[in-house]
Design a protein. Structure first.
Length: 250
């Protein structure tokens, strides 16, 4: 997502080089793995492997963009061994923590609205929700939906509400994964679906002692049965992006 004014010259993803980027967090799906994997797999972002103490995807992102805001540290990095790396937080005043106001989905749009970054990598419903004329305007929102646009993978821009036709991949909803060889798989699925229709069960698994999103995300309304393979469940572009990121440090 970019400001609409960025779209005046009919830009492509390659035009993001040298811009400032906001990501939901290091190694998060919509804000990191999808865009980084896509940019690398398409040959738009060069792969960097110069610092043995930093993951290659972190190096590559820091070299492609002029400034970066990608809060979050995992066991895998960005610093080897699970440490932060300053170049991933140059656009967010050096705050690499999950307490950053620019962390997660809404945080990326917050960053664009405040002018700390030029592009936000996030999920499809954030702008229509939090813009000044969105369904749930945020107190930090300063721009309306028409002030922002989606930058499409084939070039050009689209309305922030036209995400069905302008996206990097259709990341599926969170899922419970089980061994397909388990002889009790059908019974397990039936039990989970039945439990998912119980308000008490969902309440007990989405919030514990004030901590939300414990097992299922807050706001989960039901669980649905899925009877297709892992490959069918995931968009091919999503799998390709994950593979591209994973291959960087092989």
């Amino acid at each position: 997502m970019v400001k609409s004014e960025f779209c005046a010259s009919n830009p492509t993803l390659a035009d993001l080089a040298g811009k400032r980027s906001c990501h939901t967090g290091f190694r998060k799906t919509a804000g990191w793995n999808m865009p980084v994997g896509f940019l690398v797999s398409q040959g738009i972002m060069d792969v960097k492997d110069e610092n043995d103490l930093v993951t290659d995807d972190a190096e590559s992102v820091a070299a492609f963009f002029s400034e970066v805001c990608a809060p979050r540290v995992t066991a895998d990095g960005p610093g080897v061994g699970g440490t932060s790396w300053a170049p991933l937080c140059t656009a967010c005043d050096g705050d690499c923590s999950e307490d950053s106001p620019y962390y997660d989905y809404a945080g990326t749009v917050h960053g664009v609205m405040e002018g700390v970054c030029d592009v936000a990598f996030t999920k499809q419903d954030v702008v229509p929700t939090y813009a000044t004329d969105g369904s749930e305007p945020a107190d930090w929102a300063t721009l309306a939906k028409d002030d922002l646009a989606l930058l499409c993978p084939n070039g050009g821009c689209a309305s922030v509400e036209d995400y069905a036709n302008c996206n990097l991949g259709r990341v599926p909803a969170h899922a419970i994964v089980a061994d397909a060889r388990n002889p009790n798989l059908d019974a397990i699925k039936d039990a989970l679906v039945a439990a998912g229709n119980s308000e008490g069960f969902l309440e007990s698994t989405t919030e514990v002692e004030g901590q939300e999103n414990v097992i299922f995300a807050a706001g989960t309304e039901a669980l649905f049965r899925v009877d297709i393979t892992f490959e069918e469940f995931y968009d091919p572009n999503v799998l390709a992006a994950f593979e591209a990121v994973r291959a960087l440090d092989d």
